[in-house]
Design a binder for this molecule. Structure first.
Ligand SMILES: [Mn+2]
Length: 305
């Protein structure tokens, strides 16, 4: 059996790949992007390695949107009528509902495809496994962006959290917070490789770059800067030691901090004036595409002191 489905996936193509009986494949699920159910299925198939890793052996609750994401959806805790016999289920008395529930457990690609066909556009897994139900083994951080932040920002925050064990590291976890102004910070970070983390406040987070050779101090100097994940605003006052075994283990000291005045913020180019203890003047961060996706050049302009 082959599960790789082309983007141009058409009705018939799926049929040989799975035992799921498809319905309404041409139905629009995401009207804004005109994404059909066939495309949702195709996406679940592509994401299956990641999704199954999280779903396997866990009871789940689905939110189904049979008429698309913009129409009313409904929670479904119980395996619906007509659930095929090959779909695994897990029966348990649920305190909150005061009744026995027969949960779906997604332990195969076929089950994942079946969920997609049910328009289960949200799949919420329980944080315990069926074999160790009384001992949850996952913690969930709900990274819920509010406008103007969106999916990209949420993904960046999730990456920041995923890389750290907050029971061990003294670094701030970050809570929902409004910025008081436009600050920048440079942190000298004695990790495996000494580098300087340059951070600019922007829309409630610190946009961050690792600058191996430090932020230039004289006009005309340029340095390579590698974009890293957004950090919470609290991080701007962080100094301390990140323990061994943690992401970025080593000491962090504030090398400079102050305000900045924004001139330009575009996808590939950011221009600003720094006003710190050590750093002053006009700077440009420009994407350095030839070197790779996350590579930038940080330049102090010639006309600045
Ligand atoms: Mn760093």
């Amino acid at each position: 059996m082959r599960y790789i489905v082309g983007y141009e996936a058409k009705l018939g193509m799926f049929k040989d790949l799975t035992k799921v009986e498809f319905t309404n494949l041409e139905k629009i699920m995401y009207p804004e992007l005109r994404i059909t159910k066939a495309q949702v299925i195709e996406y679940y198939v592509r994401m299956a390695p990641k999704m199954l890793e999280l779903l396997v052996n866990r009871p789940l609750v689905m939110t189904r949107y049979p008429n698309g994401i913009d129409k009313e959806g409904f929670y479904e805790k119980d395996a619906p009528a007509g659930t095929p016999s090959w779909v695994e289920t897990f029966r348990r008395f649920a305190e909150t509902s005061q009744r026995e529930i027969s949960y779906v457990v997604c332990n195969s690609l076929d089950t994942l495809i079946w969920l997609a066909n049910l328009a289960a556009l949200e799949i919420h897994m329980i944080l315990s496994r069926i074999d160790l139900f009384e001992t949850p083994d996952l913690v969930l951080f709900d990274v819920d962006p509010k406008p103007p932040s969106g999916f990209d920002e949420a993904a960046s925050v999730a990456l920041y959290i995923a890389k750290r064990d907050f029971a061990v590291t003294p670094e701030p976890m970050g809570v929902e917070k409004k910025g008081e102004g436009m600050i920048f910070v440079v942190q000298e970070h004695h990790a495996r490789q000494l580098h300087y983390d340059f951070r600019l406040e922007r829309e409630g987070v610190l946009k961050s770059w690792a600058v191996p050779k430090g932020v230039p101090e004289s006009g005309g100097e340029k340095r390579l800067a590698v974009e890293t994940e957004d950090h919470p605003l609290d991080y701007a006052s962080f100094e301390g030691t990140i323990p061994q075994g943690q992401y970025g283990a080593g000491t962090v000291e504030i090398w400079d901090k102050g305000g900045y005045e924004l001139k330009v913020w575009e996808r590939d180019k950011i221009e600003f004036m720094l006003n710190g203890q050590r750093l002053h003047g006009r700077y440009v961060l420009a994407r350095f595409k030839k070197a790779g996706e996350k590579q930038w050049v940080l330049l102090k302009t010639k006309d600045s002191l």
